[in-house]
Design a protein around this ligand. Structure first.
Ligand SMILES: *Cc1c(COP(=O)(O)O)cnc(C)c1O
Length: 385
C-alpha cells in the first residue's frame, strides 16, 4: 500500500484519481475515443490509443490497482485469461518450462494443455500444498511457478510462503492468481511474489456485468507484459474500464460482507445433518485453516459442500434455491450456486475430476451481499425440501 493511504477503504476511493476533475465532473468520464491527438510523443507506446491501454480510463485504474496491490505498476486487460496468457507469454520463452498447481482454473489449465506445446513451452503439475514434492518436477528449463491463492472449487490453500521461498531458491518467477481473495484479504507482492493476477470479472468489479483482468508487479515486468499485450490485443475497452472503476470503489464493503456471510453459511452447513462435507478455509476444522489464518486477512466469499443424498439431492437443492441462481462465474453481489461438474469443471475428464476430489454432487456457492440470514433460510428450505 502506497504510504499516502493508510487504509484500503480510502485508497479504493481516492488512489489514482486525477488531480483535477474533468470539467468539474466528480466522476471520471468515459473517454470513448479510440485515438487521441499527437502531442509530440517519441515512442509508439506513448501514443494514446485504446489498444495500447493508455487512455485516461486505463491510467486511473492502473494507478489505483498498483496502490491496492502495493505494486510499482499494474495493468488492466480485456479478461482474466488475457492477463494470464499475456503474463505467461512474457515470463516464458520458447523452450521454457512452467511449474503449475494441479487444481488450476479451467481456462488456465486448457491454455497449458492445449496451447503450450505449439508455442514450444512445457509444464509440470504440482500439488501446491506439498512443497517437499516440488523439486522432483524441476527441469533445467524451469523458469516460473504459477499457483492460485485459493483453488476452485475445493478451496485448497497453496503453501504460498513456500512457493516464494522455492522460487527464490531456484531463480524462478513466481506468479499467483489471487482472484478468490482480492487485495483486501491477501497482497501477494508484499509476501514476495513477483506478479499477481486477477480475473477482475469476479470480485474486483463485483457486479457480474463485464469481463476484465489485471496484473501487477514491478515496473519492469508490467512494461514487458504491456508490450506483449499490445501485440496480442487483449486490451480493455474504456466503457468496461469505467464499470470496473465504479465497481472497485465498493470492493471493501462487498468482500467484507461476503466473507462474514460465507463464514456464517459455512458454519450453518457444517452443522446441518444432511450435509456431509463443507469446504471453506474459515472453518477451524478445515485442513488449511491454520495456514489461511496466518497469511490471509479474510477467507473470502467462496465455499462448496456435498450433501448426503449426492448428485440427486444436489440437483434438487439447486432447483429449489430461490435467491441464488444456478450459473457459472462468481464474485458478484448476487449469490450464485452451481455444480462444478456441469459448469466450471465440465471440461475435465471424469477421471481428472475424481483425482481432484470433485464429485458430481458437489455444490459451489458464491456468496453475494444479500443478508446472510436470508441466504441461510433459503439454503435450509432447499436442502430439506
Ligand atoms: C474466472 C477466472 C479466471 C478467468 O477470468 P476471465 O475474466 O473469465 O477471463 C481466471 N482465474 C480464476 C481463479 C477465475 O475464477
Amino acid at each position: 500500500m502506497a504510504t499516502r493511504f493508510r487504509n484500503v477503504d480510502t485508497a479504493l476511493i481516492h488512489a489514482g484519481e486525477l488531480e483535477q476533475h474533468v470539467e468539474g465532473a466528480l466522476i471520471l468520464p468515459i473517454f470513448q475515443s479510440s485515438t487521441f491527438e499527437y502531442t509530440g510523443q517519441t515512442s509508439y507506446a506513448d501514443l494514446r490509443y485504446i489498444r495500447l491501454n493508455n487512455t485516461p480510463n486505463h491510467q486511473v485504474l492502473h494507478e489505483k490497482l498498483a496502490c491496492l496491490e502495493g505494486a510499482e505498476a499494474a495493468l488492466v486487460t480485456g479478461s482474466g485469461m488475457a492477463a494470464i496468457s499475456a503474463t505467461l507469454l512474457t515470463v516464458l520463452s520458447a523452450g521454457d518450462h512452467l511449474l503449475a498447481q494441479n487444481t488450476l482454473y479451467g481456462g488456465t489449465y486448457d491454455f497449458l494443455t492445449q496451447d503450450f506445446e505449439s508455442l514450444g513451452l512445457s509444464f509440470g503439475l504440482i500439488d501446491a500444498t506439498s512443497p517437499e514434492t516440488w523439486s522432483a518436477h524441476l527441469t533445467p528449463h524451469t523458469k516460473a511457478i504459477y499457483v492460485e491463492s485459493v483453488s476452485n472449487p475445493l478451496m485448497q490453500v497453496a503453501d504460498l510462503t513456500a512457493v516464494v521461498a522455492f522460487a527464490r531458491q531456484h531463480n524462478l518467477v513466481s506468479v499467483v492468481d489471487n482472484t478468490f481473495l482480492t487485495p483486501l484479504f491477501y497482497r501477494p507482492l508484499e509476501e514476495g511474489f513477483d506478479l499477481v493476477i486477477h480475473s477482475a470479472t469476479k470480485y474486483l468489479n463485483g457486479h457480474s456485468d463485464l469481463v476484465a483482468g489485471t496484473v501487477a508487479g514491478s515496473s519492469r515486468w508490467i512494461k514487458q507484459i504491456n508490450a506483449r499485450l499490445m501485440h496480442l490485443g487483449g486490451s480493455l475497452d474504456p466503457h468496461a474500464c469505467f464499470l470496473m472503476h465504479r465497481g472497485l470503489k465498493t470492493l471493501a464493503l462487498r468482500v467484507r460482507q461476503q466473507h462474514t456471510s460465507a463464514l456464517e453459511i459455512a458454519e450453518f452447513l457444517d452443522q446441518h445433518p444432511e450435509v456431509c462435507r463443507v469446504y471453506y478455509p474459515g472453518l477451524t476444522t478445515n485442513p488449511y485453516h491454520q495456514r489461511a489464518a496466518e497469511i490471509f486477512e479474510g477467507y473470502g466469499g467462496m465455499l462448496s459442500f456435498e450433501l448426503d443424498g449426492g448428485e440427486e439431492q444436489a440437483k434438487h437443492t439447486l432447483q429449489r434455491l430461490q435467491l441464488a441462481t444456478d450459473a457459472p462465474s462468481l464474485g458478484g453481489v448476487e449469490s450464485l450456486a452451481t455444480r462444478p461438474v456441469t459448469t466450471s469443471h465440465s471440461g475435465l475428464s471424469p477421471e481428472a475430476r475424481r483425482q481432484q476430489g470433485i464429485t458430481d454432487g458437489l455444490i459451489r456457492f458464491s456468496v453475494g451481499i444479500e443478508a446472510a440470514e436470508d441466504l441461510i433460510d433459503d439454503l435450509k428450505q432447499a436442502i430439506e425440501g
